[in-house]
Design a protein around this ligand. Structure first.
Ligand code: GDP
Length: 176
């Protein structure tokens, strides 16, 4: 069957982080859909995939986004992380507590995800720099300390959205 073509690489990626940091909006952007200013908190899990080219190889990049209840709790289901190669760990640069919780998200991912998970730390909503509660340097420092790749993004202005997901896919590809 077509969907199992052997030359298509397949990577699973999960988006994690506190509620309302912008995970769904980042995913929508990456999938080429419009930014939704008033996104209803959805229930359950959303997954979407996009075929991207990594080192000239067609790659099926599937992203799982736990929505609603699931993203509110730290103890996310094992199923979310099963088979995941990458995680986009998101905080909101305007809400300090979402940055303070990063360590707990990392711990959960370490416990539940397969070893060698590629994690990209993303400080989202950088369009709201006038309301900033976490400096760029703090994000960078945390990432360095924990061996994560770091960037700031905005799902609203589409800044660094492609970069975050493509960096995740490229890093996974290099490891495999
Ligand atoms: P999730 O719970 O982490 O999936 O967060 P959502 O994607 O549902 O976003 C939560 C809220 O933040 C929504 O009202 C979005 O419109 C808003 N939002 C998401 N990303 C950005 C961004 O980059 N900039 C701004 N200004 N708002 C954003």
């Amino acid at each position: 069957p077509r969907r199992n073509l052997p030359w298509v690489q397949f990577y699973k990626c999960v988006t994690i982080g506190d509620e309302a940091v912008g995970k769904s909006c980042l995913l929508l952007r990456f999938m080429g859909k419009k930014f939704r200013p008033e996104l209803d908190p959805t229930i359950g899990m959303e997954a979407d995939q996009r075929i991207i080219s990594i080192d000239d190889k067609p790659t099926k990049f599937q992203i799982w986004d736990p929505a609603g209840e699931e993203s509110r709790m730290f103890c996310t289901s094992r199923g979310l992380y099963r088979g995941a190669a990458a995680a986009i760990l998101v905080y909101d640069i305007t809400r300090r507590e979402t940055f303070d919780h990063i360590g707990r998200w990392l711990k959960e991912a370490e416990e539940l995800a397969p070893p060698n998970l590629t994690t990209i730390l993303v400080g989202n909503k950088c369009d709201l720099s006038h309301e900033r509660a976490v400096s760029y340097e703090e994000g960078q420092e945390f990432a360095e300390k924990h061996g994560l790749i770091f960037m700031e993004s905005s799902a609203k202005t589409n800044q660094n959205v492609e970069e975050a997901f493509f960096t995740a896919a490229r890093t996974v590809s290099k490891k495999s």
